[in-house]
Design a protein around this ligand. Structure first.
Ligand code: ADP
Ligand code: MG
Length: 690
């Protein structure tokens, strides 16, 4: 049967109804999809050795004949052991598999096999002899699962690696149909393999060098198309109309004067840029970046005040219900001194609707929006999809790492398009942000509000715990509050209920009876979550034991202690975000890091935390510690919006950005490159579908 890129995967031998369903879960329907499902790592089984030269820890392929094979229950009865003795001209070798009793039916004495895996000499019973434990196998010399660098893919359902790898191998001939969409001179100048060659090699490379070349080409494609797509979003934006928000400088000045603090220079500059952007009839698309505590909310509030003042509406989107509820309260406080008769701040989440501090029905809230009594609506992201907000002129997206190109594009499709302000605490250096978020303008708050004392951070061992708890008790006596954060340890406790309950028990045990302890975790119903965080904000709870749900954005300036249990389990940026929950006023705050073991790199990470409070510096250390995308053996940590590219590919991002700009400069419509234009269109449409 002829196989083409558009052929459904079900046409492949070995892919029946179930496998087809499992593949669909991975987004794979056609042969084309299958071929563009990249491996996430590789095993290098290209070294082949005779049995006599096997050494402990070798990763190898051996080609052997089975002498005997049998299955039996192991001593503890839970596992079935299948053991084979295999041989070649140079010697014999023991092979063990677990829980695959059917192997005795498939692999018969006398058959010739290639086996690949890791050699171990600890299980063989006598010194010097070797065992292969759970090797991959196939008929001798087949070279799909052994004898080469083999791909390892993400799986779903009951799909096995063997089946998926086999299917992709059988689909490879169709790669020849993939059109070369890159301009010829780019392929030549960069010495890239053709697209068809690259796709074949990314799955079944003939060598490390061929794999590297394939990955280099495919990463380039990914980033180059992305940059071309940014350019399309940008030009799309240039033709969309927005409502200009007239700037009333006198009002804005009085609003700023009503704030309980003086703006930092950085806040002033950013706010001015934003207000100017909003006054234009083209939609703003600006990213406001500032470390935790740099005061992004106040900047957004100036823009929102400007919008409300002229009778338009603003929406403020938070990543979680808790944060949405909290931000509504914060926003209300920002407006206490601003005369706005009859105008309220609304809240809409899956479980709550409010106007000001009153619970209302969703219907009442919509009515109030329609007749202009609510001109600022706070909610979660789902808010955007569901409803039509009248006179919507400004959308503020807070703490959203994943407000991707697709959502930005969806906003642009409204008419008139609202101005968009995204805010993030992820410390990405300016040049990098411009490259990753190529369609955004950027403002950076590179300055902390004055009067802040850096958080004192301590690493806590068993002997220091008594002092730590005494300090927490003392802070509570002074009227301060403390966060205690616990990690999610076991899979069965994904929402953290168990972990929080255990830690809360310890906390109530070590602290005086008078200390009021509250809890917060993912398993609580959302109204209890909101009640918990409200009570903490209002000072009705002294110590809040919680999961990392407090990680982003929670703002309780009176909290002076952040105590992180199992701190070794958190990444640096997460620790930094957590620590950012304290030190948000002129009170001296403390952060206690309590490791409960030494996970890899924990010492470096935790020590770095005690040394610096600079988010950019910590981000760099994090990058160094995690290493820069070694394909062999480590899972890829894709950058936002990318499958292959990682932080390590920043230079390539810059290069593709420049190349895209040059190409579009000469040929804005890509008329000379219809295949490339088609690829950009496909990428753009896929973004739309997500
Ligand atoms: P983030 O940038 O992390 O979102 P917030 O906007 O929550 O920071 O601000 C952190 C805290 O600092 C808040 O309590 C806020 O009221 C306060 N704040 C903001 N700007 C200033 C300023 N210029 N001077 C003093 N305090 C400020
Ligand atoms: Mg914030």
């Amino acid at each position: 049967m002829a196989m083409h890129l558009s052929t459904p995967v079900g046409a492949l031998s070995g892919i029946g109804g179930n496998a087809e369903k499992d593949l669909r879960l991975l987004g794979i329907v056609s042969i084309r999809d299958l071929l563009s499902y990249w491996p996430f790592r590789y095993e290098d089984y290209s070294v082949e050795k005779p049995i006599v030269s096997l050494r402990h820890d070798d990763t190898v392929t051996v080609t052997v004949r089975i002498r005997s094979i049998e299955s039996r229950p192991s001593k503890n009865r839970h596992v079935t052991l299948t053991e084979a003795i295999v041989e070649d001209e140079t010697g014999e070798l023991k092979v063990t598999w677990f829980n695959q009793p059917y192997l005795t039916k498939t692999l018969r004495p006398g058959s010739r096999l290639s086996l690949a895996g890791r050699v171990d000499n600890r299980f063989s019973g006598f010194a010097g002899a070797c065992t292969l434990v759970s090797p991959v196998w196939e008929p001798a010399g087949a070279r799909v699962h052994t004898g080469r660098i083999i791909p390892v893919y993400g799986l779903s359902g009951s799909l096995t690696m063997r089946r998926l790898r086999g299917a992709i191998e059988r689909a490879l001939p169709a790669a020849e149909e993939l059109p070369e969409f890159l301009p010829e001179d780019i392929v030549a100048n960069e010495s890239f393999p053709s697209l068809a060659q690259a796709v074949r090699a990314v799955h079944f490379p003939e060598s490390r060098a061929a794999l590297d070349a394939a990955i280099a080409r495919l990463k380039f494609d990914e980033l180059f198309l992305h940059q071309l797509m940014f350019a399309r979003v940008r030009s799309e934006r240039a033709v969309r109309l927005a409502r200009p928000v007239p700037t009333d400088v006198t009002f804005l000045k009085s609003f700023v004067a009503s704030l309980p603090f003086t703006l930092t220079e950085a806040q002033r500059r950013a706010a001015w840029r934003i207000v100017q952007d909003c006054s234009k009839d083209r939609p703003m698309n600006r990213l406001l970046e500032g470390d935790v505590g740099s005061g992004k909310t106040a900047v957004a509030m100036i823009a929102i005040a400007g919008v409300i003042h002229v009778g338009m509406t603003a929406a403020y989107l938070a990543p979680t219900e808790i944060l949405a509820s909290q931000q509504q309260a914060v926003i209300i406080r920002f407006f206490v001194d601003v005369p706005m008769p009859g105008i309220g701040i609304g809240l809409l989440t899956a479980s709550r609707a409010r106007i000001g501090d009153e619970e209302v029905s969703r219907k009442e809230l919509f009515a109030a929006l329609a007749d202009g009594r609510v001109r600022c609506l706070v909610g979660t992201h789902a808010l955007l999809q569901g409803i039509d907000i009248p006179d919507l002129s400004l959308v503020v997206v807070d703490e959203q790492h994943r407000f991707g190109v697709e959502q930005r594009k969806a906003l642009l499709e409204r008419a008139p398009a609202p101005h968009l302000l995204s805010m993030t605490a992820t410390p990405i250096p300016r040049s990098l942000a411009l490259t990753i978020y190529g369609d955004l303008d950027l403002s950076v708050l590179n300055q902390m509000p004055g009067g802040r004392k850096p958080v004192v951070t301590r690493l806590v061992f068993e002997k220091d715990k008594r002092d730590m708890w005494d300090h927490v008790a003392a802070e509570v006596r002074e009227g301060r509050q403390a966060f205690v954060v616990c990690p999610l340890i076991d899979q069965s406790d994904a929402l953290g209920a168990k972990s929080v309950a255990e830690v809360a028990k310890t906390v109530t045990g070590v602290l005086p009876k008078s200390v009021r302890v509250g809890i917060l975790h993912g398993k609580l119903p959302s109204d209890e979550k909101a009640a918990s965080i409200d009570a903490f904000r209002l000072g009705q709870i002294d110590v809040l034991v919680s999961t990392t749900v407090v990680e982003v954005g929670v703002d309780v300036p009176n909290a002076s202690v952040m105590l992180i249990v199992g701190a070794d389990r958190f990444g640096l940026s997460q620790l930094h975000q957590l620590r950012g929950r304290v030190g948000r006023s002129d009170i001296q705050s403390h952060c206690y890091l309590v490791p409960d073991g030494w996970t890899p790199n924990a010492k470096e990470r935790l020590t770095a935390m005690t040394r610096t409070t600079d988010g950019f510096e910590l981000a760099e250390i994090d990058l160094r510690l995690r290493g820069a995308g070694n394909v062999f053996g480590t899972a890829q940590s894709g950058f936002p919006d990318f499958k292959l590219a990682t932080e390590a590919d920043v230079p390539l991002m810059k290069k593709t950005r420049d190349m895209a700009a040059r190409l579009l400069g000469d040929d804005p419509n890509l008329d000379a490159y219809p295949l490339l234009r088609e690829q950009v269109r496909i990428a753009f449409d896929q973004v739309h579908l997500e």
